[in-house]
Design a protein around this ligand. Sequence first.
Ligand SMILES: Nc1ncnc2c1ncn2[C@@H]1O[C@H](COP(=O)(O)OP(=O)(O)O)[C@@H](O)[C@H]1O
Ligand SMILES: CC(C)(COP(=O)(O)O)[C@@H](O)C(=O)NCCC(=O)O
Ligand SMILES: [K+]
Length: 259
Amino acid sequence: MTFLALDIGNTRLKWAQYASPQPGAALLAQGAEFLENIDKLGDGAWRGLRPPRHVLGCVVAGDAVKRRVQEQMDAWDVVPQWVVSSEDEAGLRNGYDHPTRLGADRWVAMIGAYHRMLAQGAPRPMVVVMVGTAVTVEAIDAEGKFLGGLILPGHGIMLRALESGTAGLHVPTGEVREFPTNTSDALTSGGTYAIAGAVERMVQHVSAHCGAEPKCVMTGGAGWKMAPSMTRPFELVDNLIFDGLLQMAQGRYLPAGQA
Ligand SMILES: Nc1ncnc2c1ncn2[C@@H]1O[C@H](COP(=O)(O)OP(=O)(O)O)[C@@H](O)[C@H]1O
Ligand SMILES: CC(C)(COP(=O)(O)O)[C@@H](O)C(=O)NCCC(=O)O
Ligand SMILES: [K+]
């Protein structure tokens, strides 16, 4: 009863195949492709996979990308399911004004993060940071209500915006420094501390609103770049979206009692 989880962001498609659709299932295979390379998955990395019984994914890269990915599954007798954010699922309540407009990746990552926190001890409020093409910073209270979140540009978008809007900022990537003394370091540090500063503010907002220090987790392709510059202890998790998809898959594909 193998299960294929898909996380299709604006830069890369990440996939993971599990032995069954439930948290803790054995990981059989995984990979990542830049979106320009996804049309080769069927003849490439997915060719040797055992055909999955269920496919559940989240896609924020648009309908054209979604269709291109679906074509790569033609060899399998499976209809992929795509997550749409809802008012509540898997113990989380969605505080967005229009719950379905919340990015599916954000919703799934929060479900993964919340269950991870519950498995570790007494319920706590959370700040969940995802550093991908964009950066998202989510607030969840201890009862599992998503209070709201921030969206800001990721490192790449910040740099490209500055490059295209100025004459003098075409420089190689620099280092993160407290007091940058060259243009490269000034840009790299500016982007990194913009993200770290936004996250710090959210931690303060959650602490004040919930009356307790939040547990902080970070994920996403560029999470490792941010980790050393954070102002608080952060748990860096490889892929919260896969954790969330396994959680949701258990509710959708396993009969009650088998979970
Ligand atoms: N080996 C890598 N391959 C691709 N992107 C990487 C890599 N290491 C770090 N990154 C960074 O991660 C970002 C992409 O992260 P990812 O989580 O795949 O984004 P998204 O989910 O938006 O597609 C890129 O903008 C890049 O800055
Ligand atoms: C914020 C995002 C662009 C993040 O995309 P990513 O960086 O993962 O590629 C995505 O979650 C999205 O398109 N959200 C819809 C708008 C919203 O969540 O309010
Ligand atoms: K993402």
